[in-house]
Design a protein around this ligand. Structure first.
Ligand code: ATP
Ligand code: MG
Length: 392
């Protein structure tokens, strides 16, 4: 018998805390508030997307013990919106309050080498790779992994901390350019498509999932997600869903987890990485499913039931980066929202960031329709109006 589970925190009676004030925190807060929870966000910045909508914003660093103590004092349960929050912050809070996901789960996701070891232990194949932390390991790298991508083990996101290398010499240079921090060299794989699966798991072991999502990246940043995944046959989709559920189960995970996959030219499916939180590729669920990934995160944290989500509309999500505010011709502008919102089934979500910058995630546009073909056609029209590529 395991330890007794804490009683559910019922809507309207509790306060939920979030570490991190970015857009994921903001959308979590919106979902929590819709259910009647109060929210407190801890973020070091005076102005943040989530801090602006929460009932309270504690402006403190993630290792500030006074700030963490205040958060624990005033919240009934606490989550994180990003995986690079110091695991020790979550550990500290876990001594005082319900924390989900657990510090140990987040720690696995913070380190690519540990994460890959977890995938292998869970029986889910990942890309062929080698861990490089010393000259000895560098010299021992199997040349069959080249050409490859050298990735820092920690703190990478949106393709940052990654270098493509073709030869042993380039590998050595790249590792020294990365300041010889612990890295993982991954074989460069021929991708047919990139997929992801979101699951949500409760402390009682309930486990639910969304359908497989097909993701297009540009410059290492997610650009487009389509659900149903247009190119993915049912057996591959089933394999991805089973693998994601297995990964969550093996971690004894609590909360929303996103598992990202590479679908290879030869038809194999390998796992790339996972995120211990709602994910950019799941933003379509805000309009295309009967429960959003953010509501599931709230429910998992509060110990509420997790119903199996149902997709009710074919969906396309377009990420809106700051580049849209700086078209190639002319000066800074406001994107053509009126025209975009005149298209059927468009749902605009902006994150309330004060300033647009190239590459910065400013918002996303969800397109819902009765059929995948209709959603795709409207998404192409919206992309054209916004000056985004029509390469999907
Ligand atoms: P995220 O923002 O998703 O956390 P990240 O910085 O952790 O991004 P990865 O997901 O490892 O980066 O890689 C970013 C993108 O680079 C992938 O989505 C994929 O398009 C490409 N990529 C990464 N690894 C490989 C590989 N081994 N073979 C081919 N392409 C790859
Ligand atoms: Mg990724």
């Amino acid at each position: 018998m395991g330890a007794a589970l804490p009683a559910a925190l019922l809507p309207g009676t509790a306060t939920l805390g979030v570490l991190g004030g970015g857009q994921l925190g903001r959308m979590f807060v919106h979902a929590a508030q819709a259910l009647g929870y109060r929210c407190i966000v801890l973020d070091p910045d005076a102005i943040s997307p989530a801090g602006a909508v929460a009932e309270q914003h504690i402006q403190a660093g993630y290792l500030d013990s006074l700030g963490l103590a205040r958060l624990a004092r005033d919240c009934d349960a606490i989550t994180t919106e990003f995986e690079n929050v110091p695991a020790v912050a979550l550990q500290t809070l876990a001594g005082m309050r319900v924390v989900a996901p657990a510090a140990a789960s987040v720690a696995v996701c913070q380190d690519r080498a540990v994460e890959k070891a977890h995938f292998e232990a869970a029986g889910v194949p990942c890309a062929p790779h080698a861990v490089i932390t010393s000259d000895v390991e560098l010299a021992a790298v199997n040349p069959a992994l080249l050409p490859g991508i050298l990735k820092t083990s920690r703190m990478g996101y949106d393709g940052k901390g990654q270098v493509r290398v073709r030869t042993v010499a380039e590998l050595a240079t790249a590792w020294s350019d990365l300041k010889r921090v612990p890295c993982v060299l991954e074989q460069l794989l021929p991708l047919k498509a990139e997929l992801s699966v979101l699951v949500a798991r409760g402390a009682d072991g309930q486990l639910v999932n969304y359908p497989v999502q097909q993701n297009l990246h540009r410059d290492g940043i997610l650009a487009v997600t389509e659900v149903p995944a247009p190119d993915v046959p049912a057996d591959v989709a089933a394999q991805a869903v089973a693998a994601a559920r297995q990964v969550a189960q093996a971690l004894n995970y609590v909360g929303v987890l996103c598992v990202e996959f590479f679908w290879l030219d030869d038809g194999r499916l390998v796992v790339n990485e996972m995120a211990p939180r709602p994910h950019n590729s799941g933003h379509w669920t805000m309009n295309g499913a009967n429960v959003s990934q953010f509501e599931l995160q709230v429910r998992a944290l509060a110990g509420l039931p997790l119903p199996m989500p149902r997709q009710h509309s074919a969906s396309v999500m377009l990420n809106l980066l700051g580049d849209l505010w700086f078209p190639p011709a002319g000066g800074p502008t406001t994107p053509a929202w009126s025209q975009v919102l005149a298209l059927p089934g468009t749902h605009l979500h902006l994150y309330g960031k004060s300033e647009a910058r190239p590459g910065r995630k400013m918002g996303h546009l969800n397109i819902t329709a009765e059929t995948p073909e209709a959603a795709h056609a409207v998404a192409l029209q919206a992309a054209a109006l916004l000056g985004l590529p029509g390469d999907f």
